[in-house]
Design a protein around this ligand. Structure first.
Ligand SMILES: [Zn+2]
Length: 119
C-alpha cells in the first residue's frame, strides 16, 4: 500500500466535485413518495429493479457511499460514468451537439475527463 499522494487526492477531489451536479439533478428527479423502501435501493427487491427510478436510485445510494473522503478513485469514476450515462439518456439525447445547457456542458466535460482516465 502506498500512501495517497497529492495527485490522487486532488484527482479524487475533482471527481467528487464533478459528482455534485448529477447528485443534485437525480435527487430532484427521483420521487420517493410512493417508495416503500424510502429511497434506499435494495438490489434484492423486485420493486427496486423494476422501478422507473431504479437506476437513478441505485446510483444515489452508491453516491452516498462515495461521499466518504476515502472512496477509491475507481469507485468514484464508476459512479461518474453511471451518472453520465443517466443524464445522457434522460436529458442529453434530445439536445444538439453544440448545446450549451448546464447538462450538456457537464456531460462534455465529464466525457472528456473520463477518456483521459481510461488509458
Ligand atoms: Zn443541452
Amino acid at each position: 500500500m502506498t500512501p495517497p499522494g497529492r495527485n490522487s487526492r486532488t484527482l479524487s477531489g475533482y471527481v467528487e466535485s464533478l459528482l455534485d451536479y448529477p447528485r443534485w439533478v437525480i435527487e430532484r428527479d427521483v420521487d420517493f413518495s410512493n417508495c416503500s423502501y424510502h429511497g434506499t435501493f435494495t438490489a434484492s427487491a423486485e420493486q427496486c429493479t423494476s422501478c422507473q427510478f431504479g437506476e437513478a436510485c441505485r446510483w444515489l445510494s452508491l453516491g452516498q457511499l462515495s461521499a466518504t473522503p476515502d472512496a477509491p478513485l475507481a469507485e468514484l469514476l464508476g459512479a461518474l460514468t453511471t451518472a453520465a450515462d443517466y443524464l445522457q439518456v434522460r436529458y442529453g439525447d434530445n439536445h444538439e451537439d453544440r448545446c450549451n445547457c448546464e447538462t450538456c456542458l457537464w456531460l462534455r466535460k465529464v466525457r472528456r475527463f473520463l477518456r483521459t482516465q481510461r488509458n
